[in-house]
Design a binder for this molecule. Structure first.
Ligand code: G6P
Length: 362
């Protein structure tokens, strides 16, 4: 059938889409840059970003996780406060809004009903909306005032991979563009950093054997798995856990390293797999402490660190990228480990049970 043709030599769309990530980064660089190597972005979006006093990011699933990283970019670069909300909860618990809010809807498909219902609500209140989507012309794109395109190409596997990294890349560009428009001086060239990210992604997708080995060692028979990280790594842990849950049906949770001692460490038993991310210099010491704590209670720990922060015994060392760009790179081993775990557990990787690619019911 047609889907077989599109898959090419790949056994699954998910693996193909994981591998496409460096290409998508390069495509985004191309699409968001003009001949003078400046950021190319709709001036109306620039104006909406600089006019607002607070940004409300609304999304679901993996797109929500990208929003958590987007908040870091926008707050750190553009100095605008950002709230990130799960779409399905927003309507019941709408926070007190600022005077000039801008709503940013992040949605791979642009069709998620939960996000759309918030969009309808905030449009009725008269607030401007920007949709960041892989499908221009989708419902969320048509109904919002502005659209930013992800340029990731069709994503077929139910578990989102390349859309997540594309969402973060576009959010980084948007944040830097806004900072520039506001006259904020930055020592950060998003295109250059994304080019470094693309190379780092490529180096990782070349190491699938290692990822398959990790999946076998840590996840072939387990019923659960924990991901721990601090700071920006914590948000990637949430995404890593979601990937693993979605396709391998292993019960997985992402925890903030500092929260372990407040309850979750009680879950650690002999042989419990714990995957730790250590890509942030300021928290490297404390996350290593957490790893020791879980190992002392019998956990089977797998540490994924970044070059410059690595320690003996780490399972995988990521190539070095800018400290705010690490999520775009650290998620790849998590995607690949989830893929191989699902494969070895005979799960339907591209079409996991009970899940849909785009959820058009509330
Ligand atoms: C579904 C998909 C997820 C996705 C979420 C949000 O649950 O299975 O992979 O992250 O919807 O989708 P969206 O298209 O709005 O990004």
């Amino acid at each position: 059938d047609a889907s077989d043709i599109e898959k090419g030599t790949y056994p699954h769309f998910m693996l193909k889409e994981i591998d496409e990530q460096p290409l998508v980064m390069r495509k985004i660089i191309q699409e968001y840059q003009n001949e003078d190597n400046e950021i190319k972005l709709d001036p109306e979006i620039r104006k909406a970003m600089t006019d607002c006093d607070r940004i409300y990011i609304i999304a679901a699933g993996t797109s929500y996780h990208a929003g958590l990283i987007g908040k870091q970019f926008i707050e750190k670069f553009a100095n605008i406060p950002v709230e990130v909300h799960v779409a399905s909860e927003f309507s019941y618990n709408m926070p007190l809004l600022s005077e000039k809010p801008l709503f940013v809807y992040i949605s791979q498909s642009g069709e998620t009903a939960d996000s759309r219902s918030v969009l309808v609500q905030t449009k009725e209140l008269g607030h401007p909306a920007l949709t960041i989507t892989n499908v221009p012309g989708s419902t969320l794109s048509r109904e919002a005032d502005y659209t930013l395109h992800l340029h990731a190409g069709p994503e077929i596997a139910v578990a989102s991979t390349k859309a997540y990294t594309a969402q973060m890349a576009v959010l980084a560009i948007l944040a830097v563009d806004t900072a520039k428009a506001k006259g904020i001086e930055l020592d950060f060239d998003p295109m250059q950093e994304l080019a470094i990210v693309a190379n780092a992604m490529e180096a990782m997708t070349d190491q699938k054997d290692l990822m398959e080995g990790l999946a076998k060692d840590f996840l072939s028979t387990t019923r659960n798995c924990f991901f721990i990280g601090r700071s920006i790594d914590y948000y990637v842990c949430l995404e890593g856990a979601l990937k693993l849950k979605e396709i391998s049906y292993i019960q997985a949770e992402g925890f903030a390293g500092g929260e372990l001692k407040h309850g979750t460490i009680a879950l650690i038993e002999e042989g419990t797999p714990v995957i730790a991310l250590a890509t942030q210099e300021p928290v490297n010491y404390s996350i290593r402490g957490n790893v020791q704590e879980v190992v002392a209670r019998g956990a089977n720990a797998c540490v994924i660190s970044m070059k410059g922060l690595e320690k003996k015994g780490d399972s995988f060392v990521l190539p070095q990228v800018h400290e705010l760009m690490t999520p775009l790179v650290s998620v790849l081993p998590l995607q690949m480990v989830s893929y191989y775990a699902a494969l070895h557990r005979d799960c339907d990787v591209d079409k996991p049970r009970n899940l849909a690619k785009s959820v058009t019911v509330e």
